[in-house]
Ligand binder design. Structure first.
Ligand code: ARG
Length: 413
């Protein structure tokens, strides 16, 4: 019997061609691996297709809970948005798929793993680094990086081997999706000046056609993790599914991003992530009540590092564990409810409350009965201003000079 390889299998043309291609080129028996991350595919149908395509075995499993509890929610707690925009759906899915493939490889005593990523993207990095980290003994095969088949050639390749290919017209886009969002690139989107056409979107209503009345929803958080929607406690998977529907109907979650890939190029991607966008907004607002000023400021740096490490494929690393230790501690008081108004493509947080709120109405109010000691302000300001006042006297304004205003210089005499 030949040695086995575990192939990440989506059921699309590329990964279908890979089954016979890997067998012919490398001699491995191919076991396909497909998991449900909420992308909306029928994974059992995909498993059957893999077997028809020549796989010696085909594994399909539901990994949605693992995905949400151990990947999506930690990223949300961390406030991880790549370059301040992308909620990282694809980037979060890859390390989980790779990890589950390693588990399957051990079960089948396979010697190698394979994926269908191109040599231009970030996903190859996320897969390969995860494989290298968790199972350095496994050989990695990435056929798309090796072959030079065009789509018609791939179809020919399958036909010549009696492998069924669907006559589905080719999408003009490259699409990846899971529960946390949809990533769309290529085709018309490659010109960053061109607005994404309506056909690029699948989860969101055109905001112009969204309801004319706003909808209010309430999201409950516990230690930074969403646990309820509109007063009903919910597990992560149904909660995100529901939010995707509700917010998508209001046209929320469209993101147009020219991003910096890890492999040195800029690329333009359209994301649709209605649930992710609402959750990040709501979560950030919970933090405004529950985090102190320095904790919130420091957290913004951690958010950026966290987003970068996810994007750059370093999920299974010690630095991630270090950062998560901070995040978990930082989130321990982030519990409460955010009230979000959904309207014409935008989610506005219009209310927030928490048992751990640091907001003190007694101190903040302009009404009677405030505890705030206004007289103490004078002394505070006096000390606060000493440094700047001293420097101005001794340096900036020395000798009767005026203060040079920053900005465009006027005509100098
Ligand atoms: N640019 C995104 C990332 O690197 C998405 C990549 C996959 N996109 C796609 N359309 N296939 O995470």
């Amino acid at each position: 019997m030949a040695e086995k390889i575990i192939l990440a299998y989506s059921g699309g043309l590329d990964t279908s061609v890979m089954v016979p291609w890997i067998k012919e080129k490398y001699g491995y028996d191919v076991v396909t691996y497909t998991c449900d991350l909420g992308q909306g595919d029928n994974i059992e149908a995909i498993r059957q297709k893999a077997l028809k395509t020549g796989a010696v075995d085909a594994v399909a499993e539901d990994a949605r809970n693992l995905f949400v509890d151990h990947f999506v929610f930690p990223a949300l707690m961390a406030g991880a948005l790549y370059e301040g925009k992308y909620p990282l759906a694809t980037a979060l899915g890859r390390p989980l798929i790779a990890k589950l493939m390693v588990d399957v490889a051990r079960k089948y005593e396979a010697k190698a793993v394979a994926h269908g990523c191109t040599g231009k993207g970030n996903d190859q990095v996320r897969f390969d680094v995860t494989f290298q980290t968790l199972a350095p003994d496994l050989k990695i095969v990435a056929p798309v990086r090796e072959w030079s088949m065009t789509r018609p050639q791939s179809i020919e390749f399958c036909k010549a081997r009696g492998i069924p290919v669907e006559a589905k017209p080719e999408s003009p886009y490259s699409i990846d999706q899971n529960l946390f969002g949809r990533s769309v690139e290529a085709g018309l989107l490659e010109d960053p000046w061109d607005e994404a056409p309506e056909e690029a979107f699948a989860w969101t209503t055109d905001p112009r056609k969204a309801p004319n009345e706003p909808e209010y929803i309430e999201i409950e958080f516990d230690h930074g993790v969403p646990i309820g929607l509109n007063g009903v406690k919910m597990d992560g998977v149904p909660l995100i599914e529901k939010l995707n529907k509700i917010a998508g109907a209001h046209g929320i979650g469209r993101i147009d991003h020219v991003e910096n890939r890890l492999v040195g190029i800029k690329s333009r991607e359209i994301y649709e992530a209605p649930g992710a966008v609402v959750l990040h907004e709501a979560h950030r607002e919970m933090e405004t009540l529950c985090l102190s000023k320095p904790a919130a400021r420091f957290k913004t740096m951690v958010s950026q590092e966290y987003a970068d490490l996810i994007y750059n494929g370093l999920w299974f690393g010690a630095f991630h564990q270090d950062l998560f230790a901070f995040v978990a501690s930082n989130q321990r008081f982030v519990s409460g409810v955010a009230r979000v108004k959904l309207y014409k493509g935008k989610a506005f947080v219009v209310g927030r409350k928490s048992e751990n709120s640091l907001y003190s109405k007694k101190l903040a109010t302009y009404d009677e009965g405030s505890d705030y000691d206004q007289a103490a302000a004078q002394g505070f300001i006096k000390l606060w201003g000493y440094g700047q006042q001293t420097q101005a006297k001794l340096q900036l304004l020395k000798g009767g000079r005026g203060f040079d205003l920053p900005g465009l210089a006027g005509p100098k005499e």
